[in-house]
Design a protein around this ligand. Structure first.
Ligand code: HEM
Length: 210
């Protein structure tokens, strides 16, 4: 697409794809929390709703395309940043707490991608190809596998680190002045990062042990 040829357009498209994924991951977390409270019935009902609601059905292929776009563009931006060091993509202030996160977006992203593939093979494929009615049992069963649970926790810690830089970076890419980006966005980004890392991990660890 010609519009994506300018570097500003690429950054804006990357930021929009990223914020869409943030929204998705927060909805996903809210649904997963029902595994713990209120429990099985609520979780199965939420999955049933997601599987049948027409709006969600339209959003599913869009989400898939946004993921593909974000991953492809992330790899492309990293590759061009590496080869043209003088025109680096927006990174956080050197020395700021998030600088390790900002330098390693590609690695935290690729780790999340590895987990995503395993997750799709273990959950989404059986869900789409078999007649599964007890979604709760399927998910809980996966958490009983220590390797899966360990990978799950590490992936969400990686995603938390990705978001600790990514959230504010997305707003910078959308043109928010750096001064305005600082306080509120950094705090919000860190809260979201912690919620995602600890929320998903806590659910997995809880079901591993009970
Ligand atoms: C649910 C999963 C994910 C979420 C919520 C997410 C979120 C974000 C956010 C908010 C940003 C900042 C965008 C900006 O600065 O404009 C970002 C950047 C990035 N993401 Fe992700 N991401 C996810 C998965 C992935 C995956 C699987 C990859 C795999 C390669 C990836 C690679 C990257 C890279 C390389 C950047 C930095 C681009 C750059 O600044 O040069 N992300 N992501």
């Amino acid at each position: 697409m010609t519009i994506l040829k300018t570097s500003v357009a690429k950054k804006v498209a990357m930021a929009l794809s990223a914020l869409f994924l943030v929204l998705f991951i927060l909805v996903h977390l809210a649904i997963n929390l029902t595994l713990i409270y209120p429990g099985k019935e609520a979780f199965d009902a939420a999955v049933e709703f997601m599987a049948t609601n027409p709006f969600i059905q339209i959003m599913q292929p869009i989400l898939f395309l946004v993921f593909i776009f974000h991953i492809t563009m992330g790899i492309y931006l990293e590759w061009t940043n590496q080869s043209k060091r003088s025109v680096k993509y927006v990174k956080s202030n050197p020395g700021a707490a998030s600088s390790w996160a900002s330098r390693n977006m590609i690695w935290t992203g690729l780790f999340v991608l590895l987990f995503l593939i395993i997750h799709l093979l273990n959950y989404f494929v059986p869900f789409k190809t078999q007649d599964i009615t007890d979604h709760y049992a399927l998910v809980i069963g996966l958490f009983k596998n220590p390797v899966y649970t360990l990978l799950y926790v590490l992936a969400f810690v990686a995603l938390g680190i990705h978001l600790s830089h990514g959230f504010q970076s997305a707003f910078q890419s959308l043109g928010t002045p750096r001064e305005k980006c600082n306080k509120a966005l950094v705090v919000t980004g860190n809260i979201i990062a912690l919620l995602v890392a600890f929320g998903f991990s806590a659910i997995a660890i809880y079901f591993y042990f009970i």
